[in-house]
Design a protein. Structure first.
Length: 296
């Protein structure tokens, strides 16, 4: 299996950067930003090689959903299996491309059901040279939050990069099933900023937008899908917004049953800043409702 990828070869020597979007099929700003890079990056002004895959998970994209018909999450399936299901084959193809790169950027959003406060993250890998390169890339990408987290999480594109010794970052920007022009532009500019940091293009770095830099090495730090789970299946009505400060025990919102007779107030498990908030109101029991950035 091969992913639809455009390679732009520069006119001078330089590093090989690989950028992906659409690891989940319902994350649209990355797809639009990478397509813009495909149109606007000038090979004559590029040093090195730029590989661009705007839609990694085509099967999920065509369904308009996070995952493909085999119901496997591609971001939990890497490095995959060339003889497996559609998601396993896609994971294998993605992993092979990551291993060919010298640097890697994976662009995401909250998909159809979440909003994510704009952030760029990386794994706190033991290799200090790789970790420092990731810090530089994340800072250059220039989103409000720079977040280093547990490197031991498996199945992800960044775990493949970790094992291959490839410096890698990921980004998150809003979601809710939209293709927000502001998010597309932020991603387009962020990728160019990283290319400049790596010496691939000449570009003046913009003024910093970074508000917080947090490194959290605790186990499962960065695993968004397990935070603040819903206590019941029902309708979620939030009482907070992205970027709000909250204390442990403060209400995130309520989840109520079909008739509204059983309404459960859901307290935050942590103190900090709301960086992920569920926007698709129907929730199942144990669905994550919010992620709180601690240690700010």
């Amino acid at each position: 299996m091969e992913l639809q990828t455009k390679v732009i070869q520069g006119s001078a020597d330089g590093p090989h950067l690989f950028i992906t979007g659409g690891v989940h099929g319902d994350e649209y700003e990355p797809m639009a930003a990478i397509r813009r890079l495909m149109r606007e990056v000038d090979p004559s002004a590029l040093r090195g090689k730029l590989s661009l895959t705007p839609v990694v998970n085509e099967a999920a994209f065509l369904r308009g959903t996070r995952i493909a018909e085999d119901e496997l999450d591609l971001a939990r399936t890497c490095p995959g299996d060339p003889g497996g299901s559609i998601t396993e084959r896609t994971a294998d193809a993605l992993s092979k491309l990551i291993r060919t790169a010298e640097y890697y950027i994976d662009l995401h959003t909250g998909g159809n059901i979440m909003d994510v406060w704009p952030l760029v993250g990386y794994k706190l890998v033991p290799n200090e040279e790789v970790r420092d390169a990731q810090r530089r890339m994340a800072k250059a990408f220039n989103l409000p939050l720079v977040w280093g987290t547990d490197y031991r999480l498996e199945g992800r594109s960044l775990s493949v990069a970790r094992d291959a010794g490839v410096p890698a970052i990921y980004a998150e920007y809003m979601g809710s099933g939209k293709c927000d022009p502001a998010g597309t532009t932020a991603y387009f500019d962020g990728c160019l900023n990283v290319m400049s940091e790596l010496g691939m293009i000449d570009r003046k770095q913009p003024a910093s937008r970074i508000q917080y830099t947090v490194e959290d090495e605790r186990p499962s730090a960065g695993h968004m899908q397990i935070r603040n789970p819903s206590p019941i299946t029902g309708l979620f009505e939030p009482q907070v917004e992205l970027g709000d400060r909250i204390e442990a025990g403060d209400p995130l919102g309520t989840v109520s049953d079909v008739l509204g007779e059983n309404a459960v107030t859901v307290p935050s498990n942590e103190s900090g800043i709301v960086i992920v908030l569920r926007t698709f109101a129907r929730v199942y029991k144990d669905d994550a409702l919010a992620v709180i950035l601690e240690n700010v």
